[in-house]
Design a protein around this ligand. Structure first.
Ligand SMILES: Cc1cc2nc3c(=O)[nH]c(=O)nc-3n(C[C@H](O)[C@H](O)[C@H](O)COP(=O)(O)O)c2cc1C
Length: 202
């Protein structure tokens, strides 16, 4: 095989590899995944929303890092009614339910840094977040928890995630009020940027 043909084949193989295995973060060599759960409908402090607060933050992270994104969608969607959702969420928390989600991340093992996003429900991450965490092998991966909330902040969910994924390295997470994510785009972007800088990802 002549040199030009060999070089071409090498380039084609590399390009094919990158296409099928996702993007590598240029500055750090990290392969970034953003996994999140978020609800639409009637929400505390933000009225009736058509895009969830956590979804907005997840998308900003994806946009600024170039990472892949996966939404944890419940097989049985939560009701739009805030009161009805609270009832179900309360029951799920009390019974440590593990609600199933739709589909899955393709080739999860390729990722080195996984952002895990969720709203705070009753001072914790929604149980479906734990369904996802418990059904994937996080060994050797970095996890960055992030949440939106109505005032509770992270509520020690970073610690709960550490206990759930003991073989992962759980980095300092970050939080944002749901109303900020929903109504103040520039502040939301600022918070994400500050945290991505702290993590060395931008
Ligand atoms: C069932 C339920 C329980 C909640 N519990 C809390 C809570 O304990 N503390 C808090 O600050 N906010 C709480 N909230 C408010 C949400 O965390 C907040 O509105 C969040 O931004 C919603 O994000 P999402 O649109 O991505 O689902 C709760 C909301 C729901 C629906």
């Amino acid at each position: 095989m002549d040199i030009t043909r060999r070089k071409f084949l090498q380039l084609a193989t590399t390009a094919g590899f990158l296409l099928s295995f996702g993007k590598v973060h240029a500055a750090t060599n990290e392969k970034i995944l953003i996994v999140y759960f978020s609800r639409t409908g009637e929400e505390y402090g933000t009225g009736n929303i058509t895009k969830g607060n956590t979804a907005i933050v997840a998308e900003i992270i994806a946009q600024k890092t170039g990472g892949d994104i996966f939404e944890i969608k419940p097989v049985t969607p939560y009701p739009d009614s805030y009161e009805e959702c609270k009832k179900i969420a309360g029951r799920e928390k009390a019974t440590k339910a593990r609600p199933p989600f739709v589909g899955d991340v393709e080739n999860f093992s390729q990722y080195t840094t996984v952002f895990v996003g969720y709203p705070i429900w009753y001072g914790d991450a929604p149980q479906i977040t734990y369904t996802f965490l418990e059904s994937h092998d996080f060994s050797g991966k970095k996890i960055v928890p992030f949440c939106t909330h109505g005032g509770s902040g992270l509520s020690s969910t970073d610690q709960t995630i550490s206990l759930t994924c003991p073989t992962a390295k759980v980095l300092q997470g970050f939080e944002m009020r749901g109303a900020t994510a929903q109504n103040d785009r520039s502040q939301a972007e600022k918070v994400v940027e500050e945290n991505l800088k702290r993590l060395g990802l931008i």
